[in-house]
Design a binder for this molecule. Structure first.
Ligand code: HEM
Length: 424
């Protein structure tokens, strides 16, 4: 599909634009909208205008990999798409693990800069190309690749048990868990996020290929649905139609306090723990639920996202307020009442999830949900929240936690070094 500034929208003179209408046409035509934007003769800006609100995706945007305090993809404003994949280590050689992390680091630096990881067309016709080529004509699209180390890296195999990050133990069984082995665990994780799904997929595909034979793929989720962030950004919606992310960590001081590890083990400082949950939604049940009930499930209004005790989305919820019948206006079993920091000893986590769909299940029902991803400096914070939610959240009628993983995300490497280098 080609698109240009020809449908009445105002666009910057030097950039080619794509209106919301064109985006939707792109999607209906079988293509993914932002990918279509990137493919238009080097067009790099996708733009959506609706009701006077404007959202701009700059596909030329790129993030640095080396010499940062933290890996990108955590504090980075959420891009629109993600590909999350975990891996099992097949080798028990510490050196193989080091080589893999070093090779991944070099490749990720190239990918995030919008480059290929080697030749797509080697000079010799009998040579295998290091880069598979499907992102060749695409812009960096804000790609971030975030690598995590699972508990298995610190088991008996690699002699690293004494170097285990303080809180990296498999998560305990939590109330309402319906975890499937094939959607859980892993020794390594890769979270690739980008504003073009093909850019994110290419990155994970080529890193998975590079991991052979040291590590093999275990489970994966393709996610979508986040708006690009920025001043005046609108809160994105989950597949239950509610704004998701209204009360999240945004202040730098909260990142320092709740997200980044700051202990005396040098190699972990500036890292974070990544909790991943694949949460399936019973979409048809939810869609047949009355709006009043849906709002009580979350404790918020559906259209504006306001707390049931307030008017505007960012009003502070009043968890003690009662109605004329003496009932709490925000039910104490609503999702936000159970998860709010006010009701959990001040605990906060950074949520950075995406919607996902796996199509249609064996019963002909929509198979979709939330790839919940949270970052925190102690996974116990997630466990505290999910223990309460799993026991009494009204939302449990409509969701199932089917996949789970816990990984330690080391800090970013310095130029010339590689991920987790100081671990070895
Ligand atoms: C499919 C599963 C889930 C859905 C659809 C969902 C949806 C939502 C929505 C709509 C909100 C209100 C808007 C906001 O403040 O962002 C919210 C808030 C929140 N959720 Fe979830 N959520 C899910 C799972 C979880 C899980 C597993 C956790 C953590 C264990 C969690 C933790 C939180 C927290 C901490 C808040 C902010 C509460 C506040 O301070 O008011 N959510 N969620």
């Amino acid at each position: 599909m080609t698109a240009g500034p020809d449908d009445g929208e105002r666009v910057a003179p030097t950039k080619r634009g794509l209106s919301r209408r064109a985006l939707l046409l792109g999607a209906a035509g079988g293509g993914l909208a932002v990918g279509a934007a990137a493919g238009v003769g080097g067009a790099t800006i996708a733009r959506a205008v609706q009701g006077g609100d404007e959202e701009i995706i700059d596909l030329t945007r790129s993030f640095p990999f080396y010499d940062q305090a933290h890996q990108a993809g955590i504090q980075t404003p959420p891009q629109r798409y993600t590909v999350f994949m975990t891996f099992d280590l097949a080798s028990d050689s510490r050196q193989d693990l080091q080589v893999l992390l070093a090779r991944w680091s070099g490749a990720i630096a190239q990918l995030m800069a919008g480059r290929t990881i080697g030749q797509v067309q080697p000079a010799r016709a009998d040579a295998v190309a290091p880069d598979t080529g499907e992102a060749l004509d695409l812009a960096p699209a804000g790609l971030t690749v975030t690598v995590g180390l699972g508990p298995g890296v610190f088991d008996h195999r690699f002699g690293l048990a004494s170097r285990r990050p303080a809180h990296l133990r498999p998560l305990p069984e939590l109330p309402s868990d319906k975890l499937q082995d094939g959607l859980s665990g892993g020794d390594l994780s890769i979270q690739a996020c980008a504003d073009d799904p093909q850019v994110a997929y290419h990155a994970v595909r080529d890193l998975a290929r590079m991991a052979q034979p040291t590590a093999s793929t275990r489970w994966t989720v393709l996610g979508f649905g986040r708006a690009s962030a920025g001043t005046g950004q609108k809160t994105p919606r989950n597949l239950l139609g509610f704004k998701d992310g209204t009360r999240n960590i945004v202040e730098e001081s909260d990142f320092q306090r709740f997200v980044w590890v700051d202990d005396d083990v040098a190699w972990t400082r500036g890292g974070s723990y990544q909790v991943v949950r694949k949460i399936q939604m019973n979409i048809e049940n939810w869609d047949s639920d009355a709006i009043g009930d849906q709002q009580k499930v979350f404790g918020r209004g559906k259209v504006e996202g306001e707390p049931l005790t307030g008017r505007a989305e960012h009003d502070t919820p009043d968890f003690a307020k009662k109605n004329a019948q003496g009932e709490l206006v925000i039910p104490d079993t609503s999702h936000v009442a159970l998860a709010a920091h006010e009701n959990n000893g001040g605990v906060k986590i950074l949520r950075r999830g995406y919607n996902y769909t796996d199509g249609i299940n064996q019963f002909g029902l929509l198979d979709a949900g939330l790839l919940f991803v949270s970052y925190q400096n102690d996974p116990a914070h997630f466990v505290t929240l999910q223990s309460r939610l799993g026991r009494s959240d009204r939302l449990n009628e409509y969701i199932s936690h089917i996949g789970s993983g816990l990984f330690f995300v080391p800090p970013a490497p310095r130029r010339g070094g590689y991920l987790a280098e100081k671990l070895f």
